[in-house]
Design a protein around this ligand. Sequence first.
Ligand code: KIV
Ligand code: ZN
Length: 448
Amino acid sequence: MTDTGSHPSNREKILIFDTTLRDGEQCPGATMTFEEKLEVADFLDEMGVDIIEAGFPIASDGDFEAVSEIAKRVKNATVAGLSRANTKDIDRAGEAVKHAARPRIHTFISTSPVHMKFKLQKEPDAVLELVTSSVTRARNLVDDVEWSAEDGTRTEHDFLCRCVEAAIKAGATTINIPDTVGYSVPEEYGAVFKMLRERVPGADGVVFSVHCHNDLGMAVANTIAGIEAGARQVECTINGIGERAGNAALEEIVMAIKTRADILPFQTGIDTAMLNRASRLVSAATSFPVQYNKAIVGRNAFAHESGIHQDGMLKHNQTYEIMTPESVGVSKTSLVMGKHSGRNAFRSKLEDLGYHLGENAFEDAFNRFKALADRKKQVYDEDIEALVDEEIATAADRMKVQALTVIAGTMGPQSATLTLDIDGESGALSGACGDRGDRRAGRSLGAA
Ligand code: KIV
Ligand code: ZN
């Protein structure tokens, strides 16, 4: 929570390349309408994303239209269109992004033995030629060209070096090494970037980029390892949506960099207070629910139920939270009331709901709450209100009005006497006001 690292201006910037609208939308069932894509693109731009990959223009007319409209309206971010390594794809991507203030063509080809042999059915030398020709063609259309080695992490290192060198020579400005099948582990992935930066001529003149899939649940860890090894662009999606197990989640990477500023001397341009809304927006647009315990944006990410944790949180929020809910746009920590909740949390919940009970009434209410929590998974505010109101109503049953006498008028003296029966015992409360407005009050109530 405390930033013990260097001043923000000394921190190297990590470019956030969001591919929610391309790789994210590729995941089964996550299709978005034209309008939804525009809404998501506008939001990403406002949130501070550096590059928005708006789609794959050759894939369909709809994709082309969406990329083209996003290119026209986005104000700050670079807008990228994806293409395979052929003329038709590249020209279509160039056409789609041409109205962007900052257009980018992102072209890719597979470089691993298994992809070259079975998918492309091409020899490595033919692939190498395509690297040069595709990047050259893209560079004739735009100044900003990203080249990706699909299945880069399962590619032989010598061949990967030759491909990267060819891409740089042909004019690529960003080199992306995807872990396409989510196979890598952090140390190994970081070592690929270190190796490329040491071995490939011209490597210091380009931006290296990470692109990680989550098949083994290591997409974010691999992304951080890539950054530590010199990559300065990260490709990611909101909520981690994407092919199969998804892509590295933008919100997790950004908050890891921000929260661990003590050991990660980097910064991003993301307004983190917008992360929760971004998550809701993408979830609604794709109809993809966010898992409850999803890091950063899941509904349980700032919820505490166990009595020990709730007690700690009430004493100091840093006991069980490493970042504040407000920093990601969640209004506040929630103490979920359930069978694990303790007295302190229950008292604080009652106060939030506007109840101030005396000790006996509190004990009664707490016992009723525990009994209810044993039967019910989660006790909602309305349940607590109902059980406290019941408590008050029961107390009211014990007290009955026997008589009320009021003497009123413009000429004094005025007086009122209330006679109550409390638990079978009767007593009176009286008050009087004299001619000159003096007040007297007295009571003769036993139990009251
Ligand atoms: O995962 C991947 O390899 C990709 C490329 C097209 C960049 O998404
Ligand atoms: Zn991908």
